[in-house]
Design a protein around this ligand. Structure first.
Ligand code: AMP
Ligand code: GLY
Length: 429
């Protein structure tokens, strides 16, 4: 990794995950030009924000060519599934992110299930439903509660846990009739798993696997894990439930076989492989794979990384992960609390003035997501998940207190947050 100082790096995306990536990359001694495409008001002070539409792949490729990018890091799933990495490959631009074919591990749940089955990875037993006449046969294989999943990308809204067969039937029918936006090709019904959910992410160049610290995210909108599923209302890292040897075992039983199978299938993984795991009484089982950094996991994992992120991501992109030292990590805890717009994940207002953004310190950070710059240059709301406040400390209790001090200092009309992020790690209940 002896590339000269002066590299140009582009982070693609506009959420808090991409702000966290840019924040960490800005600390690299090897980068002279950090560009966010398009970034957000939080990345503006640390990087050059360049306007682009995430669904206009050619505009992003043009930026990478014009700016002679040494590395492009792709945050969100949609441009990966649409083939942005393939296009950058065509121009020999190093990219941390999989081809569309490899990104199917996230964008096609049925392909992911086939890979898991063929490589012996522990996961919920499942069956595929392709049409209405198949529904009774499928449901007969399971019992309540039924887990019903749309096959394609669904921004966290493609899973329904149905309490009875009637509710499961209507969920399947609604997915089959294209309620996710397009005609659904198929629906998965699977065994309900109980346990604690953990996200384990690893960098991989298709051969070498470098695990990151595990994290727990909170998908439901309200305290106590009730309310609708969201893109994520908070997270913490690391996860005391997963010892070092448990992580090694998950790498050996989940990541290694899947990454080998992807090579064999002609779709090698490059970038981040994210396993959403349920730690059941029978051991860890895979709920889903993603082909990218998690949000909000990234906001709590990267502040604990002591190594240079650029070196790791460039090695991931160029197939040289075996040539750099394994990353080193802080022993601190990190807690991230999402401040959201009232009404999210349903409809909400935009353009509301935000105050109390405050200043970052060594123990508190604020990552922007749904913020925008108002006409007078002030920061206003522009999305459902507005900010992630992160606290760092030697215990979860201290880290959570710092995260909540920062989050509650932020003020805009109808702001809300969950009040129980990481509390299972320090409050007796
Ligand atoms: P997924 O998009 O597959 O991660 O599913 C979203 C959420 O639904 C997960 O984070 C779990 O909370 C829940 N879920 C998915 N699959 C199962 C399952 N087989 N058993 C229990 N809960 C599940
Ligand atoms: N934290 C869930 C996700 O990134 O999909």
């Amino acid at each position: 990794m002896n590339r000269a100082v002066g590299n140009t790096v582009i982070v693609v995306g506009s959420g808090a995950r991409e702000h966290a990536l840019a924040w960490k990359l800005a600390r690299s001694r090897n980068i002279s030009n950090l560009i966010c495409a398009p970034g957000n008001p939080g990345t503006a002070p640390i990087a050059e924000n360049v306007e682009c539409q995430l669904d206009d792949l050619q505009s992003i490729v043009s930026i990478a060519i014009d700016r002679r990018a040494d590395l492009v890091v792709i945050g969100p799933e949609a441009p990966l599934a649409a083939g942005l990495a393939d296009r950058l490959d065509d121009h020999d631009i190093p990219v941390c992110g999989p081809t569309a074919s490899a990104a199917r591990i996230e964008s096609s749940k049925s392909w992911a299930k086939e890979l898991m089955a063929s490589s012996g990875v522990p996961t919920a037993h499942s069956t595929i439903v392709r049409n209405r006449t198949d529904i009774d046969r499928a449901l007969a294989q399971f019992h309540s509660p039924y887990v019903v999943k749309a096959d394609g990308l669904a921004a966290g809204k493609g899973v329904i846990i149905a309490e009875n067969a009637a509710a499961a039937t209507s969920a399947i029918e609604s997915f089959l009739s294209g309620s996710m936006g397009g005609p659904a090709e198929s629906v998965l019904v699977e065994q309900y798993l109980e346990g604690q959910e953990v996200s384990l992410l690893a960098l991989t160049d298709g051969r070498t696997i470098v695990p990151l610290l595990p994290a727990c995210d909170y998908k439901r909108a309200f305290d106590g894990d009730v309310g609708p599923n969201t893109g994520g209302m908070g997270a913490y890292a690391p996860v005391p439930l997963l010892s070092k040897s448990a992580i090694d075992s998950i790498i050996a039983t989940v990541f290694e076989p899947v990454i080998k199978s992807m090579v064999a299938a002609g779709s090698p993984m490059r970038g981040v492989l994210y396993a959403g795991l349920m730690i059941t009484s029978d051991g860890p089982m895979v709920l889903e794979f993603n082909a990218r950094f998690g949000d909000p996991e990234t906001q709590v994992v990267l502040p604990l990384l002591k190594s240079d992120l650029f070196d790791l991501l460039l090695a991931t992109a160029t197939g040289t992960l075996d040539q750099i030292p394994v990353p080193s990590w802080s022993t601190d805890c990190a807690v991230g609390v999402v401040v959201a717009s009232g009404g999210y994940p349903g409809s909400y207002r935009r353009g509301l003035p935000i105050s109390g953004l405050g200043d970052d310190s060594s123990t508190s950070l604020l990552f922007h997501a749904g913020t925008a710059t108002g006409n007078d240059g002030s920061i206003v709301t522009g999305g459902g998940r507005v900010l992630t406040a992160v606290g760092l400390g030697e215990s979860f209790e201290i880290a959570a207190e710092r995260a909540y001090t920062r989050a509650t200092a932020v003020s805009f009309e109808s702001a809300f947050m969950r009040n129980d992020i990481a509390s299972r790690e320090f409050s007796a209940s």
